[in-house]
Design a protein around this ligand. Structure first.
Ligand SMILES: [Zn+2]
Length: 277
């Protein structure tokens, strides 16, 4: 048996990941379903009902939209802000229903709506700007103020592979929560890690001092529901997976890449508290 297989045998059950309620932080509406929808569905079967919290689901008006945001909307086939919000929240509700989880939307605007900070893909996938760093603390505070929150909650955050600034900010919120003695696990950001595997290696190297050894969850029994939940984000899938004409095939291959004989697997890294200075 290889080391990898021993890891699977030891930590294959979701109850070992999260003893209390699981709180999944999704930078955008679709991130959790895409990255760890199989584990969400498994934890929902076990109970208590997990909750997916979309952090950057905030609303803005048409008048303040910059050109970059308008271009993004055009690519999604949506033309005005009301239809963007209604469509994306309807998709999110449908996905949550499939995964049998609760859902909440915090009111923080997506990076493409935050004034003039992010006006190109280069700015969207780069260093978090100093002026935005306080958002991470705010997110941590908001999460701990949710009605679903309890001291036994386990929080899941994106690793930030791919360096989208919103993903990095939610990861940083996870670090704040870990420093407050909360159990925090980071998931690998899909589909970034599918089309750019090097992004994962780069990010893991960058975070080597604050992540524990990865844990694995076998999701074969909920994999079909994960796929259905992803497909519920109908405006996003063609854009996110524009590198392939076989979305199901790509997701299946990706899920099974670590141990094909075990079926699909999702992987998580514990976020460690910072050592006291
Ligand atoms: Zn995202």
């Amino acid at each position: 048996m290889t080391d990898t297989h021993r890891n699977f045998a030891c930590v294959g059950q979701p109850c070992e990941l999260a003893a209390g309620r699981a709180v999944f932080l999704s930078s955008h509406y679709d991130d959790v379903a895409l990255s760890c929808g199989g584990t969400v569905a498994l934890l929902a079967e076990r109970g208590p009902e997990p909750v997916i919290v979309t952090i950057f689901g905030g609303e803005v008006t048409d008048e303040v939209l910059n050109q970059f945001a308008r271009w993004k909307h055009g690519r999604w086939g949506l033309t005005d802000m009301d239809s963007v919000r209604e469509q994306r929240q309807a998709e999110d509700t449908a996905a949550a229903h499939i995964l049998r989880t609760g859902t909440r939307w915090l009111g923080i605007p997506d990076a493409i709506y935050r004034g003039e900070h992010h006006l190109s893909d280069d700015e969207l996938y780069g260093e978090v700007q100093a002026a935005e760093l306080p958002l991470a603390q705010l997110i941590a505070d908001e999460v701990q103020a949710l009605p679903e929150w309890s001291d036994t909650s386990t929080v899941f955050v994106p690793l930030g592979a791919g360096r989208h600034v919103d993903h990095q900010l939610v990861f940083l919120a996870g670090r704040h929560l870990a420093d407050r003695s909360v159990q925090v696990l980071a998931y690998e950001d899909c589909p970034y890690v599918i089309h750019t595997p090097l992004a994962l290696e780069t990010r893991l190297a960058e975070l080597s001092d604050c992540l524990g050894a990865p844990r694995y969850v076998k999701i074969a029994s909920t994999f079909e529901r994960k796929l259905a939940a992803i497909e519920a984000y109908a405006t996003q899938v063609p854009v996110l997976f524009r590198f392939t004409s076989d979305v199901r095939g790509e997701l299946t291959k990706f899920g099974q890449r670590m141990a094909p004989e075990l079926g699909a697997v999702e992987r998580f890294w514990p976020v460690l508290p910072q050592a006291p200075i």
